[in-house]
Design a protein around this ligand. Structure first.
Ligand SMILES: NC(=O)c1ccc[n+]([C@@H]2O[C@H](COP(=O)([O-])OP(=O)(O)OC[C@H]3O[C@@H](n4cnc5c(N)ncnc54)[C@H](O)[C@@H]3O)[C@@H](O)[C@H]2O)c1
Length: 396
């Protein structure tokens, strides 16, 4: 069977969506004569979603895995019914000893950069979980490794494959909003600090950044991707901890408050190249139902995206477009596009594998997410300094 070839970055997602729709089952139209040898670095919570998708792919052999914690990788593969996998407690050793085509980097944020760089330097294609890393400096080092390796590096933003998310970009890119000059975005939960599997999201030495990186990166990606990822110029940012550091927040584990070393709230005002102003806020916990809908103001029309859990790949309800029509101020509701039968994780994995096999562009290029990371880094620096900061991105 001929392999589906990805022709361009924008085409990639559509091709993948259509491929799955057309064949109505994962794996249709895939060249199984060319197999992909996959390794997984970090076998915690999100690695389960990666392996579940890899197991659906008819051209994948899962051959190795690494986790710092002795025995964790073995237990992980056993739980998922995968036999004969070589396991390691060092990702470096795994990369040295195994002949791998692709790895998923599913470690906590603090080790994203070293694992991704080591894998790229070992000549392996990398699917790196979001957020790309912790600091802008790390992001630059990752991009330099990508450049010298010539390998595919894709960042794990599965909501990119949701048809409603794609519609947002299509609308903005069609010019129907006119010139976009202001965006408000963000999101949050009333009580939603992610500690169901321990404290790796809330400790400084493992997560490095809190809500701003964990879910903030998704809200930023939704809107920055829609407007073509303009370069961020300046940031006035704030981040703080108001819930996660209080023992009473945790019913079962009051001791987690002592471990909390990141942010559970952040807000920022960002100037983007091309004159767009971005107003952003994000919360893991708050005494409010939402920090607001996402709003995109254009000179011809405005788009309201109901407060969305975009980290789960969804829009919060029908979007609305506001414009002048027949000389009257009017508003149009856009139906939510049915995404039943689309597994965003399968699409994320499949599009990465196809890019790796066919030498295509990364479905979610690190060169775009660099600007996402630069904003997060700017928020952290601005908050520490208590003033606006410039974003300077060095030559790669
Ligand atoms: N895309 C998504 O929907 C999604 C959802 C949840 C988490 N994530 C991201 O996935 C990443 C991991 O999250 P998680 O919830 O699985 O964390 P986790 O703490 O459950 O698992 C991380 C694992 O990585 C291991 N590890 C860390 N450094 C390592 C190294 N150098 N070599 C080998 N193993 C190493 C840890 O021992 C741990 O077992 C985070 O960056 C998070 O933001 C993405």
């Amino acid at each position: 069977m001929a392999t589906k070839r990805i022709t361009s970055r924008n085409q990639a997602g559509d091709d993948i969506l259509n491929l799955f729709k057309k064949d109505n089952e994962v794996g249709g139209g895939i060249d199984t004569s060319r197999r992909v040898r996959v390794g997984i670095i970090g076998t915690g919570w999100i690695a389960a979603a990666h392996i579940a998708s890899y197991l659906k792919m008819p051209d994948v052999d899962i051959v190795a895995g690494a986790d710092l914690i002795e025995g964790k990788a073995d237990a992980f593969f056993k739980r998922h019914g995968v036999e004969g996998v070589h396991t390691y407690t060092s990702h470096k050793e795994m990369l040295e000893k195994e002949r791998l085509d692709c790895v998923s980097v599913c470690t906590y944020n603090r080790t994203h950069a070293e694992c991704a760089i080591d894998a790229l330097d070992a000549g392996v294609h990398v699917l790196l979980e979001k957020p790309m890393c912790v600091t802008l400096d790390e992001a630059i080092q990752i991009l330099r490794a990508e450049k010298r390796s010539g390998k595919v590096l894709s960042i794990g933003f599965q909501p990119r494959f949701d048809p409603n998310m794609r519609k947002i970009k299509e609308i903005v890119q069609s010019g129907e909003l006119g010139e976009v000059y202001y965006i408000q975005t963000g999101g949050g939960r009333r009580r939603g600090i992610p500690v169901p599997f321990g404290t790796s999201f809330i400790e400084e030495q493992t997560a490095g950044i809190g809500a701003v990186g964990d879910i903030g990166c998704y809200s930023l990606d939704m809107v920055l991707n829609a407007v073509g990822y303009p370069k961020p110029l300046t940031v006035t940012g704030f981040r703080g901890a108001f819930f996660g550091n209080k023992p009473e927040y945790y019913r079962k584990h009051p001791e987690y408050a002592q471990k909390f070393g990141v942010d559970d709230f952040a807000a920022a005002f960002v100037r983007l190249e091309g004159g767009i102003i971005l107003d952003f806020r994000i919360a893991w916990a708050m005494n409010m139902d939402t920090p607001g809908d996402t709003l995109i103001f254009g000179t011809k029309a405005g788009l309201r995206i109901p407060s969305t859990e975009c980290w789960n790949g969804t829009v919060g309800g029908p979007m609305k477009a506001y414009m002048q029509f027949g000389g009257l101020e009017t508003c149009m509701e856009l139906p939510v596009i049915d995404s039943e039968g689309i597994d965003l994780f399968d699409l994320k994995i499949r599009s990465f594998l196809d890019a790796a096999k066919d030498g295509g562009k990364a479905p979610v290029p690190a060169s775009e997410i660099l600007y996402n990371q630069a904003i997060i880094d700017g928020i952290v620096r601005s908050s520490d300094l208590g003033r606006e900061v410039e974003i300077v991105i060095p030559e790669l």
